[in-house]
Design a protein. Structure first.
Length: 449
């Protein structure tokens, strides 16, 4: 009898233990996923893209935000589960959500919850197959959860996203990881494309071989942009020589030296004394799918005529210093001189497409600027702070490495004399052309192919 009682007790303990464990799991799942009154967790939080044209697009009908001091929950009501891609951006802190095969129906959306640390939510359609939400936060954050749930009645789905406060350091790390993933994805795509051109033995297929014979690799394209022109003379020397004439003369010599290498196709934004809007200069660069955009200018700083030397600028919303900001402001006045208004680009939803590209392009521009300084510092005199950053309108090309080179200070008599000298321009153009050619030989530089 005692043995039989122990067997029953052990069995009951096992049953109770299993029931207790099951209860804990159910409670944990409920705490992690409960959004409304009756929800069921979807095992697949990111379903594959729907390619069947017979299946109607999903519809995003509501957006709910429930926030507190440290956490924010976003709940998106969609008619069915869709492919979701998300990423973060900085300056300001943003969380971007892309919903494939989804149309927006948020005209009458009302949210009564507290936004927490969120500042605003924008939404729009990128193309016929992609809808985008941009969530802007006032503090750095991390994505804690992202999953789909479905109502128990089977009517529609909900995409649940939990954001929590984070630190600048952690946020920057996420940005760096995203950039690395993008580079690896691009590298894998290039490797796959290369593999498709080869047969099982590793030899090129007959078709690819014919393509190689009939379609040689195009030359690298460089756009040289002589600043100012026409009614916009730019700065001037004490003797009255205009910046627009100095930079045009130098740019022609630089273009000639690059062409003589046989390795480059060189496009000049202007070849004579004509006025070009800043946006037109950018358009020329993008129209030609340029590999490098080089804008040539000359500084002027009459407050201190002792200041001299070459400087190279890359784009940045925050200038290196007050003088860099002042120089950028002067150069950006070109359109105003001709009575043109500078209009901002796409709205914040579409402009996300440019942010990722702009970050990578900015890195390439900085790499070129460093290469330029390292290669030329023994050849020409540089400004005491040669690598500068400022918000030049002409450098706002999101997908082309771009730099602005200030050859020297026309307000300084020594620089003005050098820049007016044909001998100096010829020697410097030769050295600069070689520096650009060397830049394209470096394997670390991943320019347009």
């Amino acid at each position: 009898m005692a043995i039989f009682r122990r067997i029953i007790q052990n069995a009951l303990r096992t049953v109770f233990a299993r029931m207790f464990l099951l209860a804990i799991l159910m409670v944990s799942a409920g705490l992690a996923t409960k959004v409304g009154a009756q929800t069921i967790v979807e095992k697949q939080a990111n379903p594959p893209l729907v390619n069947d044209l017979s299946i109607p697009k999903a519809r995003l009908s509501a957006l709910h935000v429930v926030g507190a001091e440290e956490t924010v929950r976003l709940v998106l009501d969609v008619s069915r589960a869709v492919d979701v891609k998300s990423f973060v951006l900085s300056a300001p802190y943003r969380f971007v959500i892309d919903l494939a095969d989804t149309e927006l129906d948020l005209k009458n959306n009302r949210n009564n919850g507290s936004p927490g640390f969120l500042k605003k939510v924008s939404f729009g359609t990128i193309d016929n197959n992609l809808s985008r939400l941009v969530v802007e936060a006032g503090v750095p954050f991390a994505i804690e959860n992202q999953f789909f749930v479905s109502e128990s009645n089977g009517q529609g789905k909900r995409l649940v996203i939990d954001l929590v406060k984070s630190t600048d350091e952690a946020f920057r790390l996420v940005i760096a990881q995203q950039d690395e993933e993008r580079r690896l994805t691009q590298k894998e795509a290039e490797q796959t494309q290369q593999a498709l051109k080869q047969d099982a033995k590793g030899n090129k297929t007959e078709r690819a071989a014919k393509e190689d014979q009939t379609q040689p690799l195009r030359k690298k394209r460089i756009v040289i942009d002589p600043g100012h022109g026409g009614k916009d003379g730019g700065s001037r020397t004490l003797k009255g020589v205009l910046e627009k004439d100095i930079v045009l003369s130098f740019s022609k010599k630089l273009a000639q030296n690059l062409r003589e290498t046989g390795e480059f196709e060189v496009i000049m934004t202007r070849e004579d004394d004509v006025f070009l809007r800043l946006g037109e200069r950018v358009r020329i660069a993008r129209e030609h799918e340029t590999d490098l955009f080089v804008s040539i200018h000359a500084d002027s700083f009459p407050n201190d005529r002792r200041v001299r030397g070459t400087a190279i600028y890359t784009i940045s919303e925050q200038a290196s210093d007050a003088m860099a900001a002042s120089i950028a402001e002067q150069q950006n006045k070109s359109d105003a001189i001709a009575g043109h208004e500078i209009i901002n680009g796409p709205d914040e939803v579409v402009d996300i497409l440019f942010d990722l590209t702009r970050r990578e392009t900015s890195n390439l521009s900085i790499l070129f600027a460093r290469h330029f300084f390292n290669s030329m510092q023994a050849q020409i005199r540089f400004f005491k702070k040669p690598l500068q950053r400022a918000s030049f309108t002409v450098l706002r090309v999101p997908d082309i490495p771009s730099v602005l080179i200030e050859l020297g200070f026309l307000s300084n008599s020594q620089d003005a004399e050098l820049l007016s000298s044909d001998e100096w321009k010829e020697e410097s153009a030769v050295k600069m052309a070689k520096t650009i050619a060397d830049y394209f030989e470096k394997p670390i530089i991943g320019l347009n192919q």
